[in-house]
Design a protein around this ligand. Structure first.
Ligand code: HEC
Ligand code: HEC
Length: 356
């Protein structure tokens, strides 16, 4: 909490309490001088005022609430949290820490995660005969907590982590035929991934279809695991400056020609030839000499009729002119290794047994 909001809460809570306490004490102390007939001597339109003390039961309740309030002051960080943290604690990362709403949330999340992990290890992994994965996951967790403690992550550590992630691949393959794992994987997919990839995982413009056998970053379990763990960023440069508009159009014409020209365009053969030369010079580095793509670069196959950004002439020109950069977020921090295994198994199952 910032200093300002901490002070704000202190003023509101402590100020209110002191004010009410003060008013109460003051009214109890101030005894008006009474007339002989026990009235205060005030008279409004002929109505005279008695001095009636506050009833006992009312006072008791009032003091009770003030004491109750004090209890809260003691239990929770009620006064500038840096001054008084309260005596209530919650367990985070195996340690008792002072209560804050954030710590309480984390504590509950961790408790849920623990249950999830137990169910995962003792239920799903055990049933699928993949308990060896538990040791790998433990090592992976170790490496990741090292990573979290480093301000700047050493590349060797990231490499070690990726190697460890890849070791999970055979177990993901096992899970990808396990109905229970797929059920949980499907739920996780709907919650986290459907927004971009669609609830049927068939993707859309800019979001790849995960149910076919066309992969930007590879469709083996280890590729899928790494994609979900670390995220991916597509890097297709913009070519307009370098090639000029006529170069862009020629390259697009060539791409159309190698993709089978499914739209049945009347292709300009001179441009196709010109485009071929441009392609060989500029594009094979990523898309490969046969233009079938390379997963190391995340570069798609251009010889099929599967398009991430549209396969009509204008879309292809736009892709080449301005470049493209699809972003797949990383999920390790948010979902953790166990859920990622289930997701990878689910995604893996989609392309193996396509569902309509
Ligand atoms: C914010 C949108 C977004 C969300 C949410 C998202 N993805 Fe992606 N995903 C993408 C994009 C964009 C790409 C393509 C990246 C590229 O162009 O290289 C991608 C690529 C992938 C790939 C690689 C496909 C290939 O052809 O190699 C997989 C696998 C994948 N996502 C799985 C998932 C899973 C599982 C989740 C849920 C945990 C998820 N994605 C959530 C946007 C998203
Ligand atoms: C630095 C590597 C790289 C180079 C060089 C490169 N591309 Fe790409 N290209 C990619 C990547 C990566 C993608 C996918 C982008 C994404 O997923 O966001 C892509 C996507 C495309 C697409 C879209 C495919 C689809 O399915 O919609 C076309 C078309 C394309 N490139 C054509 C070309 C042409 C033509 C050239 C040469 C002028 C070229 N690329 C050079 C990496 C490259």
């Amino acid at each position: 909490m910032s200093f300002f909001w901490g002070s704000w809460i202190t003023v509101l809570s402590l100020g209110c309490w002191l004010f009410i306490f003060g008013v109460l004490v003051w009214t109890l102390k101030s005894k008006p001088v009474l007339e002989e007939d026990e009235t205060t001597g005030h008279s409004y339109d002929g109505i005279r005022e008695y001095d009636k003390p506050l009833p006992k039961w009312w006072l008791v309740i009032f003091f009770g609430t003030l004491i109750w309030g004090l209890g809260y002051f003691i239990l929770f960080p009620s006064i500038q949290p840096n001054v008084w943290k309260g005596i209530t604690t919650v367990e985070v990362d195996g340690q008792q820490v002072p209560w804050t709403s954030k710590n309480e949330l984390n504590s509950q999340l961790q408790a849920n995660n623990k249950v999830f992990t137990e169910n995962f290890e003792q239920g799903i992994l055990t049933n699928a005969g993949a308990t060896e994965a538990i040791g790998i996951l433990a090592k992976l967790n170790d490496l990741q907590s090292q990573k979290r403690s480093q301000a700047e992550v050493a590349p060797e550590l990231q490499e070690q982590i990726d190697e460890q992630v890849k070791l999970l691949a055979p177990y993901v393959d096992k899970l990808s035929t396990d109905p229970e794992a797929l059920k949980v994987g499907n739920r996780l997919f709907l919650q986290n991934c459907a927004l971009c990839h669609g609830s049927n995982a068939k993707g859309g413009l800019g979001y790849p279809n995960l149910t076919d056998n066309d992969w930007l970053h590879g469709g083996q379990a280890e590729n899928i695991l790494l994609t979900i763990h670390n995220g991916r960023v597509g890097a297709m440069a913009a070519w307009q400056k370098q090639l000029g508009e006529s170069g862009v159009r020629a390259a697009a014409e060539y791409v159309l020609s190698i993709s089978g020209n499914q739209n049945g365009y009347d292709l300009d053969q001179a441009k196709v030839q010109q485009g071929k030369a441009i392609f060989e010079q500029n594009c094979v580095l990523c898309h490969g000499p046969d233009a079938k793509g390379q997963i190391a670069m995340g570069a798609p196959n251009l010889t099929d009729d599967i398009w991430l950004f549209g396969g009509d002439r204008e879309s292809i020109r736009t892709t080449i002119r301005h470049g493209r950069s699809g972003v797949m977020p990383e999920w390790q921090t948010k979902l953790g290794n166990e859920r990622i295994m289930l997701l990878a198994a689910y995604v893996r199952s989609l392309s193996q047994n396509p569902v309509e």
